[in-house]
Design a protein around this ligand. Structure first.
Ligand code: SF4
Length: 395
């Protein structure tokens, strides 16, 4: 059993008797015994410690499309987990029972990095995702899990708000293979009023990921009526992404449902998501998707050059697969941006909660079989093509 409290590196003394955590721009200044805004980092014995190492709020096998990542090992399953706490304070949080948890008892599952990697392999998952809450705040645990996974041939995925300081950010992303970053809006006012955070550090993280790492990047924006869904804001956001990050970074526009401290806003209409997608495509984003609604046309992948439908998708379920064996459009030979490795998975839309205790390590040669288990809910993909591992940018 690992200790749940471990030493951390990114902090310094301030000279006024406090210590400052340097993991995220919130820069919590702590006296002895105080916890940071995220609740899981605190000052103990005159140093900043992480109090939730090796503890999880639960594990689930999900489709990778649920993260959402549409261009990273499509159709594969991912072992998802989170801890407790968060370094943002979004009033609309869709995972508030975890992110706002003040009960370490919420963290029911004890899980060493090696146990998580072994479980992912035994369950046939191609990747492990740090999700439900932001891995920024449990940096040390996430890095050790990512390393154990890489040794087992499993990739590491971060689902994050990207609100992080440069030095820990550089260390963190050396261990990560793919990230979906929430770009929660495109005004400082929205970030300050609704998320209790700032926009600029998030934009810096997006630029860093795109230009200084090989991490596969996709972006998600949860659209909330009247708060971050105006034509003007969506136009500015998607122009910035196309101009600063390039046209190959996929963007996902997902639907809000009333939750946590924001129950006075209606669910996002599907028409709003479609409008956002049109604006993004009009500004040069090559792959823009709608999410949290049924919209096969807005969730499928098309060749950006000739418009050919190459991956059919409805919510998290894959349909037809028409990329060539080397990941090109069959009509015009244009390469598709993304990370692909072999035929698409057939996990389908299932969400399967799991408990790590009792999962036995898989025999080495069984992982590929387990990767695509018989799927009782889903129709198998109609493609027999293969495509090799790569990460393209044609920007
Ligand atoms: S990671 Fe947590 S303790 Fe550190 S600055 Fe951010 S909110 Fe504060």
């Amino acid at each position: 059993m690992v200790s749940s409290t471990v030493a951390t590196r990114y902090w310094h003394r301030t000279g006024d008797g406090r210590v400052q955590c340097d993991v995220c721009p919130r820069a919590c200044r702590l006296r002895e015994g105080q916890r940071g805004f995220c609740f899981v980092r605190m000052r103990q014995d005159d140093a900043v410690v992480l109090t939730t190492y090796g503890r999880s709020s639960g594990f689930c096998v999900d489709p990778i499309e649920k993260k959402p990542l549409n261009h990273f090992l499509p159709g594969s399953s991912v072992l998802s987990f989170g801890t407790a706490g968060c370094n943002l304070g979004c009033r609309f949080c869709q995972n508030w029972d975890i992110s706002k948890s003040r009960e370490i008892d919420t963290l029911a599952d004890a899980a060493t990095p090696q146990a998580i990697a072994s479980a992912a392999r035994a369950l046939g998952c191609r990747s492990v995702a740090f999700t439900y809450n932001d891995p920024v705040i449990f940096l040390e645990y996430a890095i050790d899990v990512a390393d154990a996974c890489r040794r087992a041939g499993i990739k590491a995925v971060a689902v994050t708000a990207g609100y992080m300081c440069p030095e820990p950010r550089a260390e963190f992303y050396r261990h990560i293979d793919a990230a979906n970053v929430d770009l929660k809006g495109f005004t400082s006012g929205f970030y300050h009023r609704v998320c209790l955070a700032g926009l600029d550090p998030v934009l810096q993280t997006l630029r860093y990921l795109r230009h200084e790492t090989s991490v596969w990047l996709e972006i998600t924006t949860l659209l909330i009526s009247g708060l971050n869904d105006s034509d003007q804001e969506l136009d500015a956001m998607t122009r910035w992404v196309a101009g600063q990050l390039g046209p190959d970074v996929p963007m996902h526009f997902t639907a809000f449902h009333p939750d946590f401290k924001m129950r006075d806003r209606p669910p996002t209409p599907a028409a709003t998501l479609a409008r956002a997608r049109r604006i993004a495509l009009g500004n040069g984003i090559r792959h823009a998707y709608t999410g949290n609604v049924h919209d096969p046309a807005g969730q499928s992948t098309y060749c950006h050059y000739c418009g050919e439908l190459v991956i059919e998708r409805d919510w998290y379920r894959l349909g037809g697969w028409r990329l060539t064996s080397d990941g090109r459009c069959p009509a015009c030979d244009t390469p598709m941006a993304g990370v692909f490795d072999g035929p698409p998975g057939t996990w389908g839309a299932r969400r399967q909660p799991v408990q790590l205790a009792g999962i036995r390590p898989a025999a080495p040669d069984s992982s590929r079989r387990a990767q695509n288990p018989p799927d009782r809910e889903e129709q198998p993909c109609d493609s027999t093509t293969t495509h090799s591992a790569r990460c393209w940018s044609t920007a």
